[in-house]
Ligand binder design. Structure first.
Ligand code: OAD
Length: 235
């Protein structure tokens, strides 16, 4: 079976009704990112941060995967697929993808404030009550916090993402502005000999001189083109 790795970003979930982060009306265009998505912001005002992610979690429960997620999942019928996502939503999993690496954490999970990356303290919040409140404690006795990788924190799953590229036959990028590192540097680990596709309705500045097939469409339509015009012809 040929192997495909797909790197996704916020644009993947736009057709599901979730906002992006940049580009005019994104989350970080309207909210102070340093107060919400950094360890310093969390220390300064934990309830503001808990509240922001509580709202996003509740919103996530109201949306569904879109055709783009479903088409990515359907690739598993013919290919060995790893999805590397910057998204903290669980829409790839809900659409049926079985190998998903979340570089920036998972919204539906909570972790310890003292040791955010210690998986012993990470768990999925029950869908009946997904809010985190001040005073909710992790198993190590520290305040529970969202299992999100904030700016300035390590990205431990980057190693798994790089490993997934070994022996890959095609690499696709969907719906990311490639502004955030180290996620954006994944492309530099992709072997030069394999094709790279980029699905995005807008122009994306790629920090690489390798040749990339740009598919200037939204995630669903772009995935259809990728499958029909390229991947199905790869076998
Ligand atoms: P951005 O908001 O930076 O970029 C979203 C991309 O999606 C842009 O290139 C858009 O053109 C594209 N887009 C918009 N609509 C689309 C559609 N229908 N189909 C496909 N693409 C579409 O989001 P990311 O690159 O994902 O981290 O941001 C990276 C990280 O920055 C996020 O993971 C998040 C944020 O801070 C954390 O929260 C830790």
């Amino acid at each position: 079976m040929k192997r495909i790795v797909i790197l996704t970003g916020a644009g993947m979930s736009v057709e599901s009704g979730l906002a992006t982060f940049r580009g005019g009306n994104g989350l970080w265009d309207n909210l102070p990112v340093e107060q919400i998505a950094t360890p310093e912001g969390y220390r300064a005002n934990p309830s503001l941060v808990l509240d922001f992610y509580n709202k996003r979690r509740r919103e996530l429960l109201t949306v569904e995967p879109n055709d783009g997620h479903r088409l990515v999942a359907s690739l598993e019928e013919k290919f060995s697929v790893t999805v590397v996502t910057q998204n903290v939503d669980d829409l790839h999993e809900r659409a049926g993808s079985t190998h998903v690496i979340h570089l920036h954490g998972e919204l539906m999970k909570a972790c310890s404030s003292r040791e955010p990356q210690n998986l012993d303290y990470v768990f999925t919040l029950p869908s009946a009550d997904t809010d985190l409140k001040l005073g909710d404690l992790a198993a190590d006795g520290s305040q529970l916090r969202p299992f999100i990788v904030w700016f300035g924190e390590a990205v431990p799953r980057m190693d798994d993402a790089i490993e997934a590229l070994a022996g890959v036959d095609a690499f696709a990028i969907i719906g990311t502005s490639l502004n955030v590192y180290p996620a954006a540097s994944l492309l530099s680990f992709v072997p030069r000999s394999i094709p790279v596709y980029l699905i995005d309705p807008n122009e994306v500045t790629v920090n690489s001189n390798r040749s990339i097939v740009a598919i200037r469409k939204g995630a669903s339509e772009g995935m259809r083109v990728l499958i029909d015009e390229y991947l199905n012809k790869m076998e």
